[in-house]
Ligand binder design. Structure first.
Ligand code: ADP
Ligand code: ZN
Length: 525
């Protein structure tokens, strides 16, 4: 058994001030530090810039001995080591750019017990000699930065991260903190499974950025919609995201034609041109970058006042990252995301046609559904967004749906029909099968399960299949039904859903997204 001497949080607070020079913890930090000092393993999910590093640096000092930090980014390791040394903390990094002499010095320092923090790349840590070094040196804490890299479902999978679970076991199940700014549920579950034998304490820091105004709208005439949006932000810096390189060129030209200082940015441009655009954007006011998603990584411009998606973003996660580049200074910033129905259909086709595993497809489908549910959200958009990250919240008052309202109708009976289809089939099926039951389509699967005999069979024949799909997405966005991610994306009914099912509560649904094309251009209220 692990022997832990409880360390008062006072010791940590004193070091926070005396070593780092900070007056107080940032939200979330103290609880994490306390959990680690109390002997627990931790998974910390916190947005970029919220102060994740301190969550292991401070415990490293309080606990003494050696803390090993795994990070995939050499530049980031160097930065942190430099900073820690400036604070007077013995830190070093082992990575592919070290020479033999440097490595020897680090080895000696390790064996002498002189190092407090050692930064290591994941491939280096996975090597047998490294594990042996660390066993000899005695590691007290393992910190795994960018922990989402362990997940094959993430956007940044790194095979080297797969070895970390084994290394951790070889180090005697050393106390561990995994950190990431990526929060979606499949990734989170994957991190826990791959890195920890016993589930850790999970901390999720708020992802809310209240100064960002959120809005989404179906595409009607995209260039005009983009122009109208940009026009309300005269003289301000902003980013317009497009899906293709060609479109960034076209939109930049359009904005220039309308008198704006707009520059295209995509991976197809020569490096000098790209860098020049980026520098202009960073250094001057009132420049608009028209970019593919290649733009923005590591860009830290505090006064970006607007972000416009001229095309549907990749998923909810990237939507959040991309709008998050606005308003870093905490002042009001505006966002608009345009989506097209044909785009949604195309994305669905790409997923079905991709040559990847069934499991991968299932997760991609769920991610797309979550994105569409956000586009078609029947209530506060921020509430829907934060709920996706597992964060409950109240209506925000700063999104298009809170401000303008939507054309809605009493969808209680429709929701009840959809949910009774879920319940009557034992909460074991996904949207397509349930829609077939509702519209009374006796498909092979329906017959095989004898679902044509259910009282629910055909009760929704007054609506088209597309309308029912939208109803499923809407009641999902409203929290009435939940997706079971582990078991084939089947729907289950939540407590809130049961209240509607029993007739204790009503639910409003959006008409405009149910029957796209009908009255969409009308003023919504
Ligand atoms: P993340 O890894 O979450 O993106 P960092 O660990 O790089 O964030 O921290 C972001 C910035 O916040 C750093 O400049 C760091 O020095 C600062 N910071 C961290 N914790 C505190 C604190 N308690 N008080 C003041 N500044 C802090
Ligand atoms: Zn809102």
């Amino acid at each position: 058994a692990r022997l832990t001497v409880p360390v008062p949080i006072d010791a940590a607070c004193a070091l926070l001030k005396s070593v780092f020079g900070f007056d107080a913890f940032r939200p979330g930090q103290e609880e994490i530090v306390q959990a680690l000092l109390g002997g627990e393993d931790v998974l910390a999910i916190m947005p970029t810039g919220s102060g994740k590093s301190l969550c292991y640096q401070l415990p490293a000092l309080v606990m003494g001995g050696l803390t090993v930090v795994v990070s995939p980014l050499i530049a980031l390791m160097r930065d942190q080591v430099r900073q820690l040394r400036a604070y007077g903390i013995a830190a070093a990094s082992l990575n592919s750019s070290n020479d033999i002499e440097q490595n020897r010095r680090i080895h000696d320092a390790l064996m002498e017990g002189e190092l407090r923090l050692l930064y290591v790349s994941p491939e280096r840590l996975a090597r047998a000699d490294m594990t042996a070094w660390l066993r000899d040196a005695g590691v007290r804490l393992l910190a795994i930065d960018e922990a989402h890299c362990v997940s094959q479902w993430g956007h940044d999978f790194r095979p080297e991260y797969m070895a970390l679970g084994r290394v951790r076991a070889e180090l005697g199940g050393v106390r561990t903190i995994a950190l990431t700014a990526t929060a979606d549920a499949p990734t989170r579950a994957d991190i826990v499974e791959k890195l920890f034998a016993v589930p850790p304490r999970i901390f999720v820091r708020s992802f809310d950025r209240p100064n960002l105004r959120l809005a989404m709208a179906p595409k009607t005439s995209t260039p005009r919609q983009v122009l109208d949006f940009v026009r309300t932000h005269q003289g301000m810096s902003g980013i317009v995201y497009c899906l293709s390189r060609k479109r960034t060129e076209e939109y930049a030209a359009m904005l220039v034609g309308a008198g704006y200082r707009a520059l295209p940015y995509h991976a197809g441009l020569e490096k000098p041109e790209r860098e020049a655009s980026q520098d202009t954007f960073l250094q001057e006011d009132g420049v608009i970058i028209v970019a593919t998603v290649a733009f923005g990584m590591g860009i830290d411009k505090p006064d970006v006042r607007f972000v416009c998606h001229a095309d549907l973003p990749q998923n909810v996660e990237s939507y959040y990252q991309e709008i998050g580049r606005a308003g870093r200074d905490g002042l009001p910033a505006d966002t608009l995301t345009l989506y097209g129905l044909d785009e949604m259909r195309l994305r669905r086709e790409w997923i079905e046609q991709a040559e990847v595993s069934e499991e991968r497809k299932r997760i991609d489908r769920q991610r797309l559904n979550a994105l569409i549910a956000l586009c078609e959200a029947p209530r506060c958009r921020r509430q829907t967004l934060l709920a996706y990250f597992g964060e409950p919240s109240a209506p925000c008052g700063n999104c298009d749906l809170c401000i303008n309202g939507v054309e809605s109708f009493d969808g209680t009976i429709d929701a009840q029909k959809a949910m009774s289809a879920i319940v009557r089939t034992g909460e074991r099926f996904g949207t397509e099968h349930l829609v077939n039951i509702l519209i009374g389509e006796a498909t092979e699967a329906v017959l095989r399960y004898r679902h044509e005999a259910l009282p629910t069979f055909g009760v929704g024949s007054d609506r088209k299949a597309t309308e029912w799909r939208s109803i499923f997405r809407q009641i999902y966005a409203a929290g009435l039904i939940a997706l079971d991610i582990v078991q084939h994306g089947r729907w289950t009914v939540t407590d809130a859903g049961w209240r509607v099912l029993r007739g204790q509560e009503k639910i409003e649904l959006r008409r405009d997204v149910l029957e796209p094309g009908k009255g969409r251009r009308g003023k919504v209220k």
